[in-house]
Each structure stands twice: as structure tokens, then as C-alpha cells.
Design a protein around this ligand. Structure first.
Ligand SMILES: *[C@@H]1O[C@H](CO)[C@@H](O)[C@H](O)[C@H]1NC(C)=O
Ligand SMILES: *[C@@H]1O[C@H](CO)[C@@H](O)[C@H](O)[C@H]1NC(C)=O
Length: 381
């Protein structure tokens, strides 16, 4: 757990900076703990001084990691997993509170055929259109992870000769009901709220979809202010794709956690640079240091190579449980059954011939009225 309260904004150079904060400390250990904190901070300041000068030019042009923003976005990436569509669409779900309450959801799309889910809405802080994508269902997670070991980048990214990507992730966004629903909702949001920034987020495969959607909005819809923050995202393309991506969407943060397996997949082979999958920057690696009662959570801002050997690549990707918690937030689905959905028939949805669902709201219509119309939900398997 992250038992700290800090000003979340990183105003200091983010490159290779390590940020250490103390957990709640028992009074018993106070003396020792304070000593530790002092030593740690002193050594970090000593460390950061030299690096600041060397990297300043990059840092000024770069996009800064914002801890507060990360703790907000992770809650959207968690909420989009929920199977109660009524509670999601009325923003009354169990994960729809805390830092993300007051979100104005305007579109919830469920591709039942492919077991995909995403929503679009507008938030006050950050004032932005937020788009969140769900990852793989918990029940199939193990199989899905095993499959990733063998995946080739097997499809050309359009408009870019050497860029190749993972067909499954690419088509999950481009070749399902998800894309048209999202583009339609973004247009609706923009006609009501004007030209505000767009932030995409997602966990696991949802992170991969967020990245493809971010590119789509930037390249095909000429959106100027697109940010992407993903959690526990797998690799999605080759080196040509990674450099194309990082040029087009520099405002990207790819958060990884401890020994989370998924960011290690599909594998990276540094001795096969042209053939291998490769991450785009910028990674922020969350990990713990310390012993026994003195464990510190660290957020390490990694280099701009995408494959910083001192970040998550410095450890083996052996953990599924690290995949399922980010910033102390549950990142799994709430329903053990695969792709189970719950909904209230009174909420108007559009269903296509293949059973895929869309719930759409006019951004001008108040959410309160919708909430009053809810009755008892029914279950649909
Ligand atoms: C970090 O994000 C929070 C939440 O959106 C925002 O209020 C704050 O101004 C941001 N800080 C910086 C330095 O951009
Ligand atoms: C997209 O879907 C259509 C029909 O479902 C299929 O024919 C086509 O090959 C798919 N495209 C890709 C790139 O998989």
C-alpha cells in the first residue's frame, strides 16, 4: 500500500530520478526511520545534482511524469474492468468514486464478440476527455500471458514501411466496434466541451489499445494534444514502430510495477534488434526497496530508450500479482466468468446484430436524471 501523502508533482528533472517516500512508520521505529529517510534523501539529492545538468535539455523538451495524475488515471483504468454496465454508465460503480468521482461519462462500449470494453467521458481535473480501455479478463489472463511469449509482430502499421505491430492488439482497437464508438464519442465531447486535451489510459491489453487509439487520434484525426498513460502494458511493436510512436506521442508514460510479467512480453531480444519487439518510452517503474519493516516505494523515471536496463528490465518478469495492483489499486475484473455483463434494461443501449452494445449520452444531458431512472439491475451472461 502507498501510505503517503505527497505533493504529487515532479517539478525536478524526471530522467533517471528516483523518488523515495517513507511509508507509515511505527513510533517504535521512529528514530531509526528518520535516520534512514535522512540518509536516503541526502544521497538522492547528491545523485540528482550531477544528472540534472547533463540531461536538462532533454528534460525541458520532454513530458514530465506527474504522480498525482498517475494515481487518478489508474482509477479509470481500474473502473473500466467492471461488469455492471448500469453502474458504470451512471458512474455509480464501486470503483467510480474517490479521485474520479464527478466524471461525466458519455460513452460506454462493450464489444461482446471480442470481450472488449471501453469508455469515454470528460473529467474536471485534469480537464480532459478521458478514454479508458479494459484489459484481458482475469480468468483468461494466464493463457493470454502464455500466448504472448510466442507472438510475432505480424502486421504492418499503415503508412510506415518498417513499422510492424502485434496483430491481436492492433485489431482489437481497429477492427472491432470499439473504434467507431470512441471516435463518435470524442466528436460529441469536443462539440460540447471544445478543444480540450485527450488522455488515454488502460491496463494490460487495455494499455496496448490506448496506445493504438492515441496514434489513431493523432494521425487520422489530427488531434494535437493527446496524452497516453498505460499500466502494465505489453510490448506492441518493433523498433521502427516504437520510434514512430515516440515521435508522434511524446506525452506518453508507461508505468510498470515490480516484477509484473506483462511488460516483459512479448520478449525483447537485444541481440536481434531488428526482429524483436521493443517498448516505446517513457517507462516509470514502481518498486520497493528496503528490508523488513523499512520498505520504501520508489517511482523510478526511466531513460528515453524505451528499454531502460535499470528499470523493470533489471528484474525478471515473474509475477502476475504485481500485474494486478498498481498504486495500490485493484486492476483486475470483478467477475470471474468470462465477459459476463450486468445491465438494467431501462438504460437505452444500441445493440448491433452481433450483440455488441453501446451506451451513449448527450454530454448536455445531466447524469443525475439518468441515475433516477435506474431500477433493479438484471444479469445477462
Ligand atoms: C499534476 O496533475 C494534477 C492532476 O491533474 C494537476 O492538478 C497538477 O496541476 C499537475 N501538476 C503539474 C506540475 O502539471
Ligand atoms: C478485420 O475484420 C474483417 C472482418 O471481420 C476481416 O475480414 C479482416 O481481415 C480483419 N482485418 C485484420 C487486419 O485482421
Amino acid at each position: 500500500m502507498y501510505g503517503y501523502d505527497v505533493e504529487g508533482n515532479m517539478d525536478f528533472p524526471p530522467l533517471t530520478w528516483e523518488w523515495v517516500f517513507p511509508p507509515f512508520c511505527g513510533l517504535k521505529y521512529m528514530g531509526k526511520t528518520l535516520w534512514w529517510i535522512l540518509v536516503t534523501y541526502l544521497s538522492l539529492f547528491a545523485l540528482s545534482d550531477g544528472r540534472e545538468l547533463k540531461l536538462r535539455h532533454k528534460w525541458n523538451h520532454g513530458y514530465q511524469y506527474n504522480h498525482t495524475l498517475a494515481t487518478i488515471l489508474v482509477e479509470y483504468a481500474s473502473a473500466v474492468y467492471l461488469s455492471d454496465l448500469t453502474a458504470l454508465f451512471t458512474w455509480t460503480c464501486s470503483r467510480c468514486s474517490h479521485l474520479i468521482k464527478g466524471f461525466e461519462i458519455i460513452e460506454l462500449v462493450v464489444d461482446v464478440e471480442h470481450c472488449l470494453q471501453a469508455f469515454v467521458g470528460v473529467a474536471e481535473d485534469p480537464h480532459a476527455i478521458i478514454i479508458a480501455f479494459r484489459g484481458t479478463n482475469a480468468l483468461s489472463l494466464q493463457n493470454w500471458i502464455e500466448d504472448l511469449y510466442w507472438k510475432q509482430h505480424d502486421i504492418d502499421y499503415p503508412g510506415m514501411d518498417d513499422a510492424r505491430v502485434h496483430r491481436g492488439f492492433y485489431t482489437a482497437y481497429h477492427n472491432t466496434t470499439i473504434r467507431p464508438a470512441i471516435l463518435d464519442a470524442v466528436a460529441r465531447a469536443k462539440s460540447f466541451y471544445g478543444d480540450i486535451q485527450i488522455i488515454l489510459t488502460g491496463h494490460s491489453m487495455g494499455g496496448a489499445m490506448a496506445a493504438f487509439c492515441g496514434l489513431d487520434l493523432t494521425v487520422n484525426l489530427h488531434e494535437k494534444d493527446v496524452q497516453v498513460m498505460t499500466f502494465g502494458q505489453p510490448r506492441i511493436g518493433n523498433v521502427a514502430f516504437a520510434s514512430l510512436y515516440s515521435e508522434l506521442i511524446p506525452k506518453t508514460i508507461r508505468v510498470t510495477h515490480n516484477h509484473d510479467m506483462v511488460p516483459h512480453l512479448p520478449p525483447y531480444y537485444h541481440y536481434l534488434p531488428q526482429k524483436t519487439y521493443r517498448h516505446f518510452p517513457r517507462e516509470v517503474w514502481l518498486y520497493n526497496i528496503g528490508l523488513g519493516s523499512l520498505v520504501y516505494s520508489v517511482e523510478k523515471i526511466c531513460d528515453d530508450s524505451g528499454e531502460d536496463p535499470t528499470c523493470s528490465r533489471s528484474v525478471s518478469g515473474t509475477s502476475i500479482s504485481d500485474h494486478l495492483v498498481y498504486y495500490g489499486v485493484d486492476m483486475g475484473s470483478d467477475s470471474p466468468a468470462s465477459c459476463r455483463i450486468i445491465m438494467n434494461p431501462r438504460i437505452q443501449s444500441i445493440e448491433d446484430t452481433r450483440g455488441n452494445l453501446r451506451f451513449s449520452r448527450d454530454p448536455a444531458a445531466p447524469l443525475i436524471k439518468l441515475n433516477r431512472e435506474i431500477d433493479n439491475p438484471i444479469n445477462v451472461d
